[in-house]
Design a protein around this ligand. Structure first.
Ligand code: PMP
Ligand code: GLN
Length: 398
């Protein structure tokens, strides 16, 4: 059975036991990240597909978690999260961007960014509501909206700039439009929105009474001195928005699945009503450990510095190949244009590269709801130099 058939086999359509079952998400396959990681593993390829660091979590943080576990911090945390951690987060916003966030009423600790997104979407979306998303879009947005009976209205953005034409966004707004979801810095494009974009968004949200979810999980990974524009800077968006973040990116620990949501008091109250019955509360010892670990706000700046070095190392090395590197302003992903190497469609080429060239990347077409082919693959550079070197050894042979 080839790779594509295996995917189909996994879907409910080919499973006779599921024929009488009315799926809420009938067209949803296993995520491209899991698929490519699995393919990389089975072909012993260097896995630069799914976004996760391959370097160790700081042993000091591991020690803190261990100590809290040994000291008996093992029972339910408060539903909104350990207050010490929420205070630490509020302090970060105060020191780094001079924004006051109330730790008791405006911050909720979640089981990672994905759960935060799902719960925020569930809080806002009623059947029939329309949600504007920008494609290429992170894979969880559409199914999360659809699980609550909402309808996704995509705005497609294209290489090389992936710029948003806000007038065309306005044209998509109808009486049913409820929410706009943005992701800044953006996975997979590596682009960041400007103050002008945030002002344009603010205008639409204010004029049409919409809500916004701002996926800011890569907020601390911006390059070349660029600043991340949180929606928290805008009083309008702050009142009508959920900011979603993830400690997975901040601590190089994607498997820990902890994040948080920032929102106004009223939106937080509504969020917690769903959160309470979705996860209730997030694991206790890690919350205490993270609160201690992040006591020095200078830590955040080290993320941009460290990942920028990796971006530069990989993009310089790639100059020896026929891949063309697109500009990368933030996140730990870059886009590679392979036009000079192959005429294959993105998924086919990604499978070919993994199986034959032994390097796995993500086809950008997977981030669009309609077939789009731009000869672009996403490569993850959150890796040890030795891993990037190993990948380069293979890529130089193409
Ligand atoms: N949003 C984006 C844009 C992401 O890239 C990710 C994961 N890398 C998430 C949300 C989910 O975060 P988490 O792993 O904490 O669920
Ligand atoms: N966010 C990760 C990425 O973009 C993947 C997370 C997942 O596998 N769900 O690669």
């Amino acid at each position: 059975m080839n790779f594509q058939d295996k995917l189909l086999d996994l879907s409910y359509k080919n499973n006779p036991a599921m024929h009488s079952f009315i799926s809420k998400l009938p067209a949803t396959p296993v995520s491209i990240f899991s698929r490519m990681s699995q393919l990389a593993q089975s072909h012993d390829a260097v896995n630069l597909s799914q976004g996760f660091p391959d370097f160790a979590v700081d042993p000091q943080l591991i020690d803190l978690v261990t100590t809290y576990m040994q000291d008996g911090f093992n029972q339910y945390a408060p539903m909104p999260g350990v207050l010490a951690l929420r205070e630490r987060i509020a302090h970060k916003y105060q020191v780094l961007i001079r924004i006051d966030v109330n730790p008791e009423t405006e911050i909720t600790i979640t089981a990672g960014g994905t759960q935060a997104l799902f719960t925020a979407i569930g809080t806002l979306i009623h059947p029939g509501d329309e949600v504007i998303i920008f494609e290429p879009a992170y894979d969880s947005y559409k199914p999360s909206v659809e699980a609550f009976g909402g309808k996704v209205v995509p705005v497609q953005l294209f290489a090389p700039d992936f710029e948003i034409d806000w007038e065309s966004v306005r044209e998509k707004i109808t009486s049913r439009t409820k929410l706009i979801i943005i992701n800044n810095p953006n996975n997979p494009t590596g682009r960041i929105l400007t103050r002008k974009d945030i002002i344009a968004l603010e205008k639409l949200v204010g004029t049409y009474g919409l809500y916004v979810i701002s996926d800011e999980v890569y907020e601390h990974i911006t390059f070349d001195g660029r600043k991340h524009e949180s929606i928290l800077f805008s009083p309008v968006l702050r009142e009508r928005g959920y900011v979603v973040t993830s400690f997975g990116k901040v601590l190089h620990a994607t498997g820990w699945k902890i994040g948080y949501v920032v929102a106004s008091m009223h939106l937080t109250e509504e969020f917690r009503k769903i959160h309470q019955f979705n996860v209730f509360s997030v694991n206790t010892p890690m919350q205490w450990a993270i609160a201690d670990y992040l006591s020095d706000v200078d830590y955040y700046a080290s993320l941009s510095t460290g990942f920028q070095e990796k971006r530069d190392y990989l993009s310089t090395a790639l100059q020896q190949t026929q891949f063309k590197v697109l500009p990368c302003e933030g996140t730990y992903f870059m886009l590679l244009d392979y036009t000079e190497i192959s005429a294959q469609a993105e998924l086919d080429f990604a499978i070919y590269l993994t199986e034959k060239a032994k390097v796995a990347m993500i086809p950008i077409s997977s981030f669009y709801s309609e077939t789009v082919n731009q000869n672009l693959l996403r490569i993850c550079f959150a890796k040890e130099k030795s891993t990037l070197d190993r990948a380069m050894d293979y890529l130089l042979q193409i």
